[in-house]
Ligand binder design. Structure first.
Ligand SMILES: Cc1cc2nc3c(=O)[nH]c(=O)nc-3n(C[C@H](O)[C@H](O)[C@H](O)COP(=O)(O)OP(=O)(O)OC[C@H]3O[C@@H](n4cnc5c(N)ncnc54)[C@H](O)[C@@H]3O)c2cc1C
Length: 505
C-alpha cells in the first residue's frame, strides 16, 4: 500500500539511502517503490542544520502513468514566436496534442549563441540578435536556472516533469529551491529542439516575427523577416526585451499597457562570506547558501532578486550602446562570488503614464547612462558598498573582485540610476546588513545597471487568452506581462497550447 511520510530528518553527512530503512520500519515491510516528494534544508538553528523530507513509498511496485493527450482532428498552421521557456513548453504541449508548430526565433541555436556571447564578453562587439536576451532558450539560458515560482499553478508539476524528461536533474521535482544551472539548461534546450524536429515541428533560427496581418478581427498571416506566410494561430512568446516587436504590435493596434518593474544593481560578495553568515562554520558541507532580503527603510521598498550562489554577473545587453547586468550560475554553483539583483520598483510616477512604451524608454535611458558612465566598450560601472554608503568614489577593490567578464570602470550609482532608487538602495543596505551579516560589507561590489528584471509592458489578452480584438493571437509569457521567471513562463506556454489545441480537438 502506498503511504506518505513527512518530516523525516537527515543530517547533511547522512546518505539518502537511510530514508528507505526508515520507511521499511514504518511500513513493517520491504520498500518496493520509493519517491521523494519534498526536500528542504532547515538552517534556522545553526547548531542543528538538517534536511527535511516528505517521501512516498509502497511495499508494491508502482509505475507512474504517462499522461495521454487527446489528438487534434485537423492540422492548423500554428506559429510560436520565441524559443524561451514559454515558446518551447508551448511547442512541446502542442506536439502532445498532435499539432506541429512552427517556431520562429530571431536569435541563433544555443551552441552558436554561446559562442556569440563569449565573443561579446571578449571583444565587446554585440550581436543584437544573438546575446544573453535573444537566441535559442530565451533569456533564461544564461541564468542560474532557478525554478522557484511565486505561483501555485498545478502546471508547475508538468513543467518540472518536462524539464526532467529533457535532461534536467531529477531532484528539481522535489527540492524546495530547485535549480538547473546554465550549463545543464543549454543541454535541455537543445534536447527540446531535437524532439520538436523529430516530431515534425519546425524551429527556424534567425527568423524574426516582423509583422502580423489581422483581417476582420482574425489573424490571417505573419511576416517572417518581412516575408508573408499564412497563419491560423500565433503565440507571442517574445520575452521582455523584444522592444521592436512591442513597437510593431502597438502600430498594429494591439492594446498595450504599462507595467511597473524594478531597477538597480547587482551586488557581489564572496560566496564563503554568505555561507558563513547563513550556516556558520559548517557551511562547506552544505549546498552554496542563498538569501532573499527586503527592506522598507527607504522611500521605496528595496529587495534582492534572482540570487545566484557561486555565480557570475554577466553582460546582458541586447541593444547597442547600453549596459545591462544579470546573474548566472552553473549547476555546481562553484564560482568564488555570490551575486543578486538589489533593486527598487519604478512605475509611471518615474516615466510618465502617457505612452504605453514609456517604461521601455526609461530602461533604455538607464542602460545608456550606465554605458557612458563606464566609458563605453560595454564595461560596467562599479562602486564598492562602503564608498556608496559614504557618498565617495571608489578607486580600488578589496577581497571581492567583480566577476563581470567584459570589464568594469569605477563610477558612482548616481551617474546612471534615478535619485529615488539611489536613496532607497542606500537606506536598504545597512538594514539588510542587520539581517544578513556582511551584506553591507565595505568591499562588496555594486555593478550596474540591472534594468531588465521583468517586462515593462503588458499586452492585453482576454479570458480566452487571445489579444483583445485579434482572434488567433495569444500574448504569452514574461514579455507580454503574464509571468515572471522560467517556471511561470513555461506554465503560461502550456496554458496557451491547451487553449489552441481545444479549438481543433
Ligand atoms: C541572465 C538571466 C538570468 C535569469 N535567471 C533566472 C533564474 O535563475 N530563474 C528564473 O526563473 N528566471 C530567470 N531569468 C528570467 C527568465 O529567463 C525569464 O523569466 C524567462 O526566460 C521568460 O521566458 P519567456 O519565454 O517568456 O521569454 P524569453 O526567455 O525572453 O524568450 C523570448 C525569446 O523570443 C525571441 N524573440 C524576441 N522577439 C522575437 C521576434 N520578434 N521573433 C522571433 N523571436 C523573437 C528572443 O530571442 C527569445 O529567445 C533570468 C534572465 C536572465 C536574462
Amino acid at each position: 500500500m502506498k503511504q506518505t511520510f513527512g518530516n523525516l530528518r537527515l543530517r547533511p553527512s547522512e546518505r539518502e539511502g537511510k530514508l528507505i530503512k526508515i520507511c521499511e520500519k514504518k511500513l513493517h515491510a520491504p520498500v518496493r517503490s520509493f519517491r521523494i516528494l519534498k526536500k528542504s534544508l532547515d538552517a534556522r538553528d545553526k547548531a542543528d542544520i538538517h534536511w527535511v523530507y516528505t517521501v512516498e513509498c509502497s511495499d508494491e511496485e508502482e509505475r507512474e502513468q504517462e499522461p495521454r493527450y487527446e489528438q487534434v482532428k485537423r492540422q492548423p498552421r500554428v506559429y510560436v514566436a520565441g524559443t524561451g521557456p514559454a515558446g518551447l513548453f508551448c511547442a512541446v504541449r502542442l506536439l502532445a496534442h498532435g499539432i506541429r508548430p512552427i517556431l520562429l526565433e530571431r536569435g541563433r541555436p544555443v551552441e552558436e549563441r554561446v559562442r556569440d556571447v563569449g565573443k561579446f564578453m571578449a571583444d565587446g562587439v554585440l550581436d543584437p540578435s544573438s546575446n544573453v536576451q535573444f537566441g535559442e532558450g530565451g533569456a533564461g539560458t544564461f541564468s542560474d536556472g532557478k525554478l522557484n515560482t511565486q505561483t501555485n499553478s498545478p502546471l508547475n508539476r508538468d513543467v518540472f516533469r518536462t524539464f526532467v524528461r529533457f535532461g534536467a536533474p531529477a531532484e528539481i521535482a522535489y527540492l524546495n529551491k530547485p535549480h538547473i544551472g546554465s550549463d545543464r539548461l543549454r543541454e535541455v534546450v537543445a534536447n527540446i529542439r531535437r524532439y520538436i524536429l523529430q516530431e515534425g515541428g519546425q524551429v527556424r533560427f534567425s527568423s524574426c516575427l516582423t509583422d502580423v496581418e489581422v483581417k476582420d478581427g482574425k489573424l490571417s498571416a505573419v511576416f517572417v523577416n518581412g516575408v508573408r506566410e499564412e497563419a491560423d494561430e500565433l503565440v507571442l512568446a517574445v520575452g521582455h526585451s523584444a522592444r521592436d516587436t512591442f513597437e510593431m504590435l502597438l502600430a498594429r493596434g494591439f492594446e498595450i499597457g504599462q507595467k511597473p518593474f524594478a531597477v538597480g544593481v547587482r551586488i557581489e560578495h564572496l560566496q564563503s562570506a554568505v555561507g558563513k553568515a547563513q550556516y556558520g562554520s559548517g557551511y562547506l558541507a552544505l549546498p552554496p547558501a542563498d538569501y532573499k532580503l527586503v527592506s522598507h527603510a527607504g522611500e521605496r521598498a528595496a529587495f534582492t532578486f534572482c540570487m545566484c550562489p557561486g555565480g557570475v554577473v554577466i553582460p546582458a545587453a541586447s541593444e547597442e550602446g547600453g549596459v545591462v547586468t544579470n546573474g548566472m550560475s552553473n549547476y555546481a554553483r562553484d564560482e568564488r562570488n555570490a551575486n543578486s539583483a538589489l533593486i527598487a520598483q519604478v512605475g509611471p510616477e518615474d516615466f510618465g503614464s502617457e505612452h504605453p512604451l514609456a517604461g521601455v524608454a526609461f530602461q533604455r535611458k538607464l542602460e545608456r547612462a550606465a554605458f557612458t558612465a563606464a566609458g563605453g566598450k560595454y564595461f560596467a560601472p562599479v562602486q564598492l558598498v562602503g564608498d556608496f554608503l559614504a557618498g565617495k568614489e571608489s578607486y580600488y577593490f578589496g577581497e571581492v573582485r567583480p566577476s563581470y567578464a567584459r570589464g568594469t570602470s569605477f563610477a558612482p550609482l548616481e551617474s546612471y540610476l534615478p535619485p529615488v532608487v539611489v536613496s532607497s538602495l542606500r537606506a536598504a543596505l545597512p538594514d539588510m546588513g542587520r539581517r544578513l551579516s556582511g551584506f553591507d560589507a565595505y568591499e562588496a561590489v555594486l555593478t550596474g545597471v540591472e534594468s531588465r528584471t521583468s517586462s515593462p509592458v503588458r499586452i492585453l489578452r482576454g479570458d480566452d487568452l487571445q489579444a483583445a480584438g485579434k482572434e488567433g493571437v495569444y500574448p504569452c509569457g514574461e514579455g507580454c506581462g503574464y509571468s515572471g521567471g522560467i517556471t511561470s513562463s513555461a506554465a503560461d506556454g502550456i496554458r496557451i497550447a491547451e487553449r489552441i489545441a481545444a479549438k481543433y480537438l
